[in-house]
Design a protein around this ligand. Structure first.
Ligand code: ST9
Ligand code: ZN
Ligand code: ZN
Length: 335
């Protein structure tokens, strides 16, 4: 049965937000079968435009952009991808390793190119995603379907339950970092420069690319591509794949997603052991470019205190809650 929507709609919640009710904030998450959908038309229109423009950009990528522009777009994909995987995800959301300030600076620049909101806001949503996985307090709750967990969650107001429970998150470690505070404070200046203006201007001035090719290929096509790869972790990797570590959850081991997402598709492992900096059961870095990147910086001392999980603990968990597919993955061959 659908709940009484007037109990949970955005208007009612806004008045709750003004006078926080602690008893409510500490109450268990309530599941709503039919959550309210308050459409955000600005986002719907902008994302529709982005995807149509990105299709045109993909066509230009193949047929008319200079090779330098294509390589530049690829470089931006890798850099901004690492800004999400090594930065927002493994470093800031999960604290799975520590980084000295030069690496944090590189990662925050990469992260700003990715335009997935400030790293503080990204980590805040992601901590909710792990803490309240697959409930109304999870921003991209996969039980609401593929479309919602992929992009739909960015087209509607967040669920009141998320805002209520979110008040209990501790983000003090993120706000303690001046680099992250700076990014958040100046985000609306830094992000357009890093994600759209420089990616368009650089090809035009450095190798005489046309404005059209530069804008649609290096800015819009590249941006939409990496957004969709990231969203696939929330949608596809919460739907398809084996569950060698915990068969009771939706997150799954998805190799195709891992390939494009620099090692972030081993999602059954990641939700079972979220503190492991590798986000996968690897002694090193198979299909996991992000782990290679962090390991490189560990060698020069800029990354340290990397957290992992012992083989023994993993094996115990596999035996206790896995779906029996663990032996198929060949994790024994530590490479
Ligand atoms: C984007 C993000 O695309 C993608 C993230 C994907 C995550 C993937 C994770 C998978 C693992 C990692 C794999 C990486 C793979 C990468 C591969 C690379 C090759 N906690 O948000 P508001 C409260 S972004 C606590 O406005 P609305 C808070 O009080 C794309 N509290 O909610 C807040 O106020 P303030 C570009 C929370 O109004 C207030 O609510 N960006 C939390 O319902 C209002 O927050 C966009 O398109 C929380 N988590 O609006 C923008 N959240 O902030 C999209 C909220 O002042 N977003 N509160 O403290 C929006 O426009 C809006 O957020 C909205 C909801 C319309 C979606
Ligand atoms: Zn997940
Ligand atoms: Zn995570």
């Amino acid at each position: 049965m659908a709940p009484n929507v007037t109990d949970v709609n955005g208007v009612l919640f806004e008045s709750d937000a003004a006078t926080p009710d602690l008893a409510l904030a500490n109450a268990p998450v309530q599941q709503a079968d039919d959550s309210p959908r308050i459409y955000v038309w600005r986002n719907i229109i902008l994302f529709a435009y982005l995807h149509i423009a990105a299709l045109y950009g993909g066509y230009l990528f193949l047929v008319s952009a200079k090779w330098q522009t294509d390589i530049f777009a690829y470089f931006l994909y890798v850099a901004s991808g690492l800004g999400i995987t090594a930065g927002a995800h493994r470093l800031w959301a999960h604290k799975s390793y520590k980084a000295k300030w030069p690496l944090r600076l590189i990662l925050v620049i990469f992260n700003t190119i990715a335009f997935q909101d400030s790293a503080i806001d990204w980590a805040r949503d992601h901590r909710m995603h792990h803490k309240y996985s697959e409930t109304d307090a999870d921003p991209h709750n996969a039980t609401r379907g593929f479309f919602f967990s992929h992009i739909g969650w960015l087209l509607v107001r967040k669920h009141p339950e998320l805002k209520r429970k979110g008040k209990g998150l501790d983000l003090s470690d993120l706000y303690a970092d001046p680099i992250l505070r700076f990014q958040k404070k100046y985000y609306l200046i830094l992000m357009p420069l890093a994600c759209f203006v420089l990616p368009t201007v650089i090809p035009v001035y450095l190798w005489n690319e046309t404005w059209t090719n530069a804008f649609f290929v290096a800015a819009l096509f590249r941006y939409a591509f990496i957004l969709n790869v990231t969203w696939l972790v929330n949608s596809a990797a919460h739907k398809w794949g084996d569950k060698p570590y915990d068969k009771s959850i939706k997150p799954s081991e998805n190799i195709s997603v891992s390939l494009f997402a620099f090692g972030e598709g081993f999602h059954n492992y990641h939700h079972t052991f979220p503190w492991d900096y590798k986000t996968a059961e690897l002694s090193s870095n198979r299909l996991n470019f992000t782990t290679k990147f962090i390991n490189f910086f560990a060698k020069i001392g800029w990354a340290y205190d990397m957290k992992t999980v012992s083989d023994e603990i993993i094996q115990k968990r596999v035996n206790r809650t896995g779906d029996g597919s663990h032996h198929l993955w060949g994790w024994g061959d530590k490479d």
